[in-house]
Design a binder for this molecule. Structure first.
Ligand code: PMP
Length: 448
């Protein structure tokens, strides 16, 4: 085995899938086997695997100017064009954008910019960040501490205490409801908990709350109706900024341009990566409102510069990839396409799986969805150690479908946005075969 430290991997596991090439929504392994990439890589390959327009835009840029940094007085056309385009798309007033390389570093950038901003306006005590149980926001030091999944915290001594992070309830009704409470009662209870927490901490010490409109890696959680409306009212009441992590939801995924649009959120800050360039080149964006930027300007004089930046911030080829990706979204009406095919996917998933004995909940919006696998459909009891999720993921792969088990026993779907209805049908046929086989295998093993 090559001496690779594989990310988010069990080092004792020996099975590996070696992919070699891709085409449309399909990938092929080194033995030539074909798979539907039902998770768009890692929720990112929105334009599929053979978009020559994006490839050409990247190579053209590489031939022209393969690198230029953007520190202290340097700029180039692609970063300016991309910033103009993205600023015009986002629901943030007079947006300013910092470019990075990954969703994690973009969230770290926001974390730091919030400190920078509140220091600039003379409120250094306003520094705590609220995140949610089960949230996923990346793995760098600040983003990893904002993440609430056990594997990302354990043994790393995370969260870092100095980061002042508060954790609010997960908004997942199916797994976090108490007794017979209705969705409305659930929402009321968790928002009341949050208000109590804000008051106990002192609102003047809380800078922002980070939310992923519909969560991805933490299980594709779609909060109940009324949750975001109540949450925003609460945060506005206490002067706490709303920071939307759109790393997965951004650009058509949830059936609208942004997850914030789908869920009715008016964000102050937004984080983007993944579908920003359809993963053809690493790039991320941390978007802030103009009033936040303006307040930071004078402070940069004190020490001479805004002392944050990556070598590859606004890499010209990454900007060219993102610019072309955004152009294609617009020209081909891909958000509308994703909404239409997504609505078909959601209907079909519910039709096929709602009554399945292994499926407790079918959830999602647009082209992101999950099946919650349960050992008891009535009580919603789960399986130990993600057993059902791992079984389903393996059997999907055996049936030529790559999906991902998330949050233990949920199987997530997030196909490229270019997927057609016919391809959705093909994907669901394979999924049904795999879920039926998982049920039989778990039953034979005495787990049901
Ligand atoms: N935020 C969210 C919501 C994510 O899903 C992810 C990655 N899955 C990240 C942040 C981190 O992005 P990256 O892996 O590019 O660092």
């Amino acid at each position: 085995m090559a001496p690779v430290i594989y990310p988010t991997t069990n080092f004792t596991a020996t099975e590996q899938l070696c992919l070699e090439r891709g085409e449309g929504i399909y990938v092929f392994d080194s033995d030539g086997r074909k798979y539907i990439e039902g998770l768009a890589g890692l929720w990112c390959t929105s334009l599929g695997y053979s978009n020559t327009e994006v490839m050409d835009a990247i190579t053209e840029q590489l031939h022209k100017l393969p690198f230029s940094h953007t520190f202290g007085g340097k700029t180039h056309q692609p970063i300016q064009d991309l910033a103009d385009k993205l600023a015009a798309m986002v629901p943030v007033e007079d947006a300013y954008i910092f470019f990075g390389n990954s969703g994690s570093d973009a969230n770290d950038t926001h974390y730091k910019m919030l400190r920078y901003y509140f220091n600039a306006i003379g409120k250094p005590e306003k520094r705590k960040i609220i995140t949610r149980e089960r949230g996923y926001h990346g793995v760098t030091v600040a983003a990893g501490s904002l993440t609430s999944l056990p594997a990302n915290l354990a043994h790393f001594d995370a969260p870092l205490e100095a980061l002042s992070i508060l954790r609010a309830d997960s908004p997942h009704y199916y797994t976090a409801r108490q007794g017979n409470e209705t969705e409305a009662q659930f929402v009321e209870r968790i928002l009341q908990n949050l208000e109590d927490q804000i008051l106990a901490e002192d609102p003047d010490t809380i800078a922002a709350m980070i939310v992923e409109p519909i969560t991805g890696a933490s299980g594709v959680i779609v909060p109940p109706d009324g949750y975001y409306e109540g949450l925003q009212a609460l945060l506005r009441k206490y002067g706490i900024l709303i920071w939307a992590d759109e790393v997965i939801c951004g650009f058509g995924r949830t059936g609208a341009d942004f997850g914030c649009t789908t869920m009715g959120i008016t964000p102050d800050l937004m984080t983007f990566a993944k579908q920003l360039s359809s993963a053809y080149f690493p790039i991320s964006a941390s978007v802030i409102p103009g009033w936040m930027y303006e307040a930071m300007v004078d402070q940069t004089n004190e020490v001479g510069v805004f002392g944050h930046g990556y070598t590859y911030s606004g890499h010209p080829a990454a900007c060219a990839a993102a610019l072309k990706t955004l152009e294609i979204y617009e020209r081909d009406n891909l958000f509308e396409h994703a909404a239409e095919v997504g609505s078909y996917l959601q209907t079909q998933l519910r039709e096929i799986f709602t009554d399945h004995p292994l499926v407790g909940e079918v959830r999602g919006k647009g082209l992101i969805a999950a099946l919650e696998l349960v050992s008891n459909k009535t009580t919603g009891a789960s399986f130990d150690k993600g057993r059902a999720g791992a079984t389903a993921q393996r059997l999907c792969q055996d049936n030529g479908l790559i999906l991902r088990a998330v949050a233990g026993n949920a199987v997530a779907l997030c196909p490229p946005l270019i997927i057609t209805r016919e391809e959705v049908d093909d994907m669901l046929t394979r999924l049904k075969t795999a879920i039926d086989a998982s049920y039989e295998e778990l039953k034979a093993g005495g787990h049901l």
